[in-house]
Every structure is written in C-alpha cells, then in structure tokens.
Design a protein around this ligand. Structure first.
Ligand SMILES: [Ca+2]
Length: 329
C-alpha cells in the first residue's frame, strides 16, 4: 500500500460576508429616484439627501426584496432604517425568506422575523436560521417603506438531490491519537451501528480498475451538511491519500452512532491511527453540492450494523502539509 498526499482544508463560505450586497433587488414601487438597489448598495447612509435609501410609494403592504442568486442558510439580517425623519414608518413589518420561485413569482415565504415594531437606533439585527434565496421586508399596513441598507449574512446552502437506491458501503472512522513520544495504548470509540443524522460518504475512484477510494465525512445539520471531519484514502495501484480535519460552526448536529464500544489500540509515538469501519446499507444516497464540491451521504432509516471489515491507516501526528509513506500492506 502506497500512501501520499497532502492535507486539505475544505472551503466553506465566509459567514462574515454580506451576501445581499449588489444582488438584484426590487420593491413594490419606487418613489422618485429611490430605487430598490439603494438598500443593498453598500452605503448605510440613512439620509434621503445621501442618495442611498430605497423608498416606495405609499402602497398597501409595500415590500422590498433581494435575490441572493442561490440558496443560503441565512443566520442574520441587519436592517438600517432611514435616519433623517420618518423612522416610524418602518413599523409592524415582517422579514420573510423563501427559495421557491414559480413562473418568476416567489412563493412559500417563511417568516425570518414576524410583526416587528419600529426600533430605536439606526439599525437592528435579526437572528434566525432559515434556508432561503430571497429575502423580503414587507409592511403589514399601508405606508411608505424605506431603508438605508439591508444586509444578509449566512453560508451557501447548496443543492440536494436523491440518487437511485443501491447497495452502498459507508465507513465510520475512529481516531486513536498518540501525541507522546513513545508507543502507548490509546482509547477510542468504535461504532457498532449508525443511523440518520450524522452521515458519511463514500466516493469511488475511477482512474484505475483496481483503484479504490473511500472517504468518511462527518456531516452536521439535519438538512445541510457542513464538514467537521474528512478523511479519504485511496490505494491499490498507487493511489493517493488525503486527510483533513476542520472544525466549523454546526447547525443542529445529530450523532449518528446508535451503539458504540470502547477500543484500545497500541499506537506508535507521535502517530494517529485511523480505523475505517465498514457498514453496508441498501438505500438511496443523498447528493449534495456545497461551494462547488460534491458530497453524497445517507439518511439511514434503521440502525445499520458494522460489516466487520476494518481498514487501518497510521500516519505521523505532526503531519502538516505534505506527507508520503509506504508500507507493504
Ligand atoms: Ca444604501
């Protein structure tokens, strides 16, 4: 078995970015030259003379809406009110999100913030967790709607589709880390069965007929995956190994392990032993695209039992960027 590769860090959307900035915006009507795009032009100036506030006519339930271009897990919406008077008009309003478009009409709105009253100070931040592509501010009553700026913060949510049902092999990884200089017995948890929630993917290599690969990817969030740990191994015919670990903020994480046991293994000094425990399930994988990367995983209907096969990889713990190792297995 020949293993070589480098550590990789999955790219994740930067949640500090205002994803509404400069995106297409519209409103129920425009008063004078106060077009919708003024509320996401990057200028929070709330004075009419500054030329950067959006402003509708006195419509019944006027709205302002931005199209983020793709689905995001929206976690924060910050609204900047007008500051040169008339602030009380931004009163009794909803912030709504949706990712549904039907014949150019947005539908199926969900409230991000409901029946909000006017707020003190020039801006207010609303927190929630909603999947959406469109963010709308709408007054419940008849009035003028104007805002200095509206900012949206979140991470790209990606797209999900369900694959064809088939027998699939997935792996759960156990990590035995020995940071001391000498060989030691190291304890880790080994999964005996797994179920829905925290999921693992397998990717088949295609560049060589004897070539195989696997990846064990811990996903968090019931609906949308965020990588917490990823290790992939390819071998046979001189494959390539990547091994990465990253920590991200999680959303409704749910452990998949139903039953586990404690295992002790001897691990050489300054090394990490990875055990990939094989599970075989027969159902449809869920394919997921996030930040240009493809993932697939499973929502397992019933606790799947370990098949008993274990693949072991031991690598130096101090490894940082590049590593190469060879053994006869
Ligand atoms: Ca503005």
């Amino acid at each position: 078995m020949i293993v070589n590769g480098k550590l990789v860090n999955p790219k994740l959307a930067n949640s500090d970015d205002n994803v509404a900035l400069g995106k297409p915006a519209r409103q129920s009507s425009s008063w004078d030259f106060s077009s919708a795009n003024r509320a996401n032009d990057g200028d929070i100036n709330g004075r009419q003379e500054g030329g950067s506030i959006s402003h509708t006519n006195g419509d019944n339930q006027p709205y302002w809406e931005v199209d983020l271009g793709k689905k995001y897990l929206i976690e924060k919406v910050k609204v900047y009110n007008r500051t040169d008077g008339y602030q009380e008009r931004l009163n009794n309003f909803n912030i709504l999100v949706t990712d549904k478009v039907k014949e150019d009409m947005t539908t199926n709105y969900e409230p991000f913030a409901e029946n909000e009253k006017k707020f003190d100070g020039p801006s207010k931040t609303f927190n929630n967790k909603k999947i959406g592509r469109f963010v709308r501010v709408e007054l419940n009553d008849q009035n003028f709607l104007h805002m200095g700026e509206l900012q949206v913060f979140g991470s790209e949510a990606g797209d999900i589709n369900i694959g064809a049902s088939s027998a699939n092999v997935i792996y759960k990884v156990s990590v035995f880390r020995n940071l001391s200089d000498t060989e030691n017995d190291v304890e880790s948890k080994v999964a005996k069965s797994i179920e829905e929630g925290m999921d693992f993917s397998r990717t088949a290599g295609t560049s060589h007929k004897d070539y195989w690969s696997l990846s064990a990817t811990a996903k968090v969030s019931a609906k949308y995956g965020v990588v917490d740990f990823e290790a992939s191994v390819t071998a046979g015919g001189g494959g390539e190994t990547t091994n990465s670990s990253s920590s991200t903020n999680s959303n409704s994480m749910k452990e998949s392990t139903v039953e586990e046991t404690t295992s002790w293994q001897k691990v050489a000094g300054k090394s990490v032993r990875y055990e990939f425990h094989k599970f075989v399930i027969n159902q449809s994988p869920i394919h997921y695209k996030l930040n240009g990367e493809d993932y697939s995983w499973f929502r397992i209907d019933e606790g799947a039992q370990a098949a008993g096969d274990i693949t072991v990889l031991v690598i130096p713990a101090a490894l940082n960027e590049q590593f190469k190792m060879t053994n006869d297995n």
